[in-house]
Design a protein around this ligand. Sequence first.
Ligand SMILES: NC(=O)c1ccc[n+]([C@@H]2O[C@H](COP(=O)([O-])OP(=O)(O)OC[C@H]3O[C@@H](n4cnc5c(N)ncnc54)[C@H](OP(=O)(O)O)[C@@H]3O)[C@@H](O)[C@H]2O)c1
Length: 333
Amino acid sequence: MAKNINRRGFIQSGSTLTLASLLPAELLASIEDIPVSPFGFATTADEVAEGIDLTGQTVLITGCNSGLGYESMKTIAAHGAHVIGTARMMEKAVNACDSVGGKTTPLVCELTDFDSVVACADSVQAMDGPLDVVMCNAGIMALPELEQVNGIEKQFVVNHLGHFILTTRLLPQVEAAPEGRIVMVSSIGYKNAPKAGIEFDNLSWDRGYKPFTAYGQTKLANALFAFELARMYAGTSVSANAIHPGLVATNLGRYITGKPRDPNEPLRKGFKTADQGASTQVYVAIHPSLKGVSGYYFEDCNPVVPTGTHMSDATLAAQLWAVSQALTAPHLG
Ligand SMILES: NC(=O)c1ccc[n+]([C@@H]2O[C@H](COP(=O)([O-])OP(=O)(O)OC[C@H]3O[C@@H](n4cnc5c(N)ncnc54)[C@H](OP(=O)(O)O)[C@@H]3O)[C@@H](O)[C@H]2O)c1
């Protein structure tokens, strides 16, 4: 709670201008309206969702079979939404969906395989209903050796390009929702992005591959994608935000430890449990207090001012959109 009181003080002391100055002009009007949430570092996804009835809503979550995606699906489905849970393989999606209560639909979405992403989007379109939330959650981190998919570094493909195809193909259904929300699960790792932000001339990473720098670039891309969507949809019912979940000992660390993580391992200092880690993305996805809030980066269930200049670089975001479009053109709708 102290953190939230501090944040309120931070806003009232005039730093709103700092926050505002990072955001596109058309969104400034809503800045004053962003509520300070009563939630913080230790809040769980279930606590965020308490008392919220999502009956009638449809929420798509990528990477539903593990870590933060699984926790998000569990909470959101428990509150009445129909959750479309995607995984790399049908068996994983089915097992995950079957293990949570509520209404769920398992789908395959292998983000390195753009035909699979298109097939996933086609299946969602065939459901022929509005999509209240697209939560782009799946991700990989810091592959120790350079791996590429069709000449592009694998983290950029999984974390950004696959989600770019999926989300853009689903936009008509998001637009059809009363209040469609796009949630990009970014990371504080955006701070490790290269000096240029996104090295468009080195998306293969043939030049000087560094695992965490490459990861940071993809997480910057996740946020810039959200902000570009927010700019495009300013003044409409569609919102897009980016979040950092906090540090959670999920399977994301598999390339560092070389083995699956034990969810019951003792919590290291500064780390969250998985249900705490899922709270920010669930908050941004479903909380009524964020109606119309778009183009922000959240940590611990509150918007924060990103570090550095890349996150507020509208030119970089527009360039990312154009390059992503060019790279995925045959798979866009
Ligand atoms: N955990 C943290 O500390 C932390 C911090 C900051 C940001 N994040 C972000 O949070 C998100 C969720 O990560 P997590 O911590 O929950 O990790 P996780 O437990 O490893 O979950 C990642 C999910 O992504 C899926 N995935 C991996 N490669 C894929 C591919 N090629 N196609 C489709 N899905 C794929 C995984 O499927 P499989 O299980 O089949 O591999 C899994 O479902 C990521 O975007 C990550 O960058 C996490």
